[in-house]
Design a protein around this ligand. Structure first.
Ligand code: ACO
Length: 325
């Protein structure tokens, strides 16, 4: 028997050229390379150039994904852009990407689930493709967190970076067995009781300003591993797979300690972890597609591999996906 699945047929990424090292940060705020590396695993991050917007980076990543998939932009009928740092309050940055790509049909919209945005975006596009309403989608994560950081707050400004990643999802009939490719399940969660643990202190309806990111890092850390493990176990239960079946663990890249802790709790061996936080920092919704593109470019990920994606972030929101590449 075969089933309609959303298959990832291409991926791509974009990073701004400007590298900001820990040592450079230490010359601006009271921190050190040693503290940042020990607590987070981050060595450097990228910062968007003045005038370089989220939609610009998203478009570059989308073009790379289209080229990798060897499909034409005109065949895309859905664009889901996960971001918490859109170019403007509205319209959605996704429509700027759509216009840049010369697409005048189909639908494009932004999705806001902070660091879990890409997993939420995959779930949304997957549902729309499986329903038959759309046939080929771009799911993009793109962020310019550098624009919402308080650069005098050492407890947050050292953690984040800018960038974009994208995948092309295509509706295909696949065998309904362990060989069948595509998104096998996406599990989403949120709990608004934690909204004040990680938030931006401004917005169109509250202050009329963009605001700055605020975080109780220790509190986020305290919940992260348990929430991530919980939703991943849910994905395993739904599909019948276990940690042993996973070829590549591609987590949201917030902090090396959270990633290592989650892998350990789930029983995933360290060599299966795709880690980019050292070079990218936390790029929020962009981190998972950036990591996928990295591991595809260096040929770690091969056709037929089972990928486990997970993320947790502001809200709190969290989620996990199992994907047969
Ligand atoms: N340099 C030097 N010292 C620092 C820095 C810094 N950059 N930042 C904080 N400190 C100090 C603190 O002031 C504190 O000093 P004190 O003990 O004198 O008060 C000390 O270091 C310890 O601070 P903690 O916050 O307890 O440090 P912790 O070990 O928890 O590490 C960190 C902080 C890295 C933020 C960690 O809590 C973390 O990673 N949290 C999770 C963040 C995360 O995963 N976010 C994901 C979601 S992001 C999103 O959704 C947008």
């Amino acid at each position: 028997m075969s089933v309609r699945r959303s298959v990832i047929v291409g991926c791509g990424s974009y990073l701004p050229s400007r590298v900001l090292t820990n040592d450079e940060l230490a010359s601006k705020v009271d921190t050190s390379d040693e503290w940042i590396v020990q607590r987070t695993g981050i060595h450097e991050r990228r910062i968007a150039a003045p005038g370089e917007l989220t939609s610009h980076m998203a478009t570059q990543a989308a073009r790379a994904a289209l080229a990798h998939a060897t499909v034409d932009a005109q065949s895309i009928d859905l664009i889901v852009l996960a971001t918490s740092t859109p170019d403007n309050t509205f319209p959605a940055s996704a429509v700027s990407v759509q216009a840049e790509l010369g697409i005048v049909h189909g639908a494009a919209f932004d999705l806001q689930a902070v660091c879990s945005g890409f997993v939420y975006g995959l779930a949304t596009a997957d549902g729309l493709i499986k329903s038959g309403a759309f046939s080929r989608a771009l799911v993009i994560g793109a962020e310019t967190f550098s624009r919402i950081l308080d650069w005098t707050d050492r407890s947050t400004c050292v953690l984040f970076g800018d960038g974009a990643g994208a995948v092309v999802l295509e509706g295909q009939m696949e065998p309904d067995n362990r060989e069948g490719r595509g998104i096998l399940t996406v599990r989403l969660r949120s709990d608004g009781r934690y909204k004040s643990k990680l938030y931006v202190d401004g917005g169109p309806s509250s202050t009329g300003t963009v605001g700055h990111l605020r975080m109780e890092g220790r509190e986020v850390f305290r919940h992260a591993v348990a929430m991530i493990s919980d939703v991943v176990e849910e994905a395993f239960t739904t599909t019948g797979y276990t940690a042993k079946d996973v070829d590549w663990f591609i987590p949201h890249q917030a902090n090396k300690r959270i990633i290592d802790g989650s892998a350990h709790k789930l029983g995933i061996s360290p060599e299966k972890i795709v880690m980019t936080v050292d070079r990218h920092g936390n790029t929020s919704a962009a981190s998972i597609p950036l990591a996928i593109a990295d591991a595809v470019a260096d040929r770690r990920i091969k056709r037929g591999d089972l990928l486990l994606l997970e993320a947790m972030g502001g809200g709190f929101t969290w989620g996990a996906a199992l994907v047969r590449w």
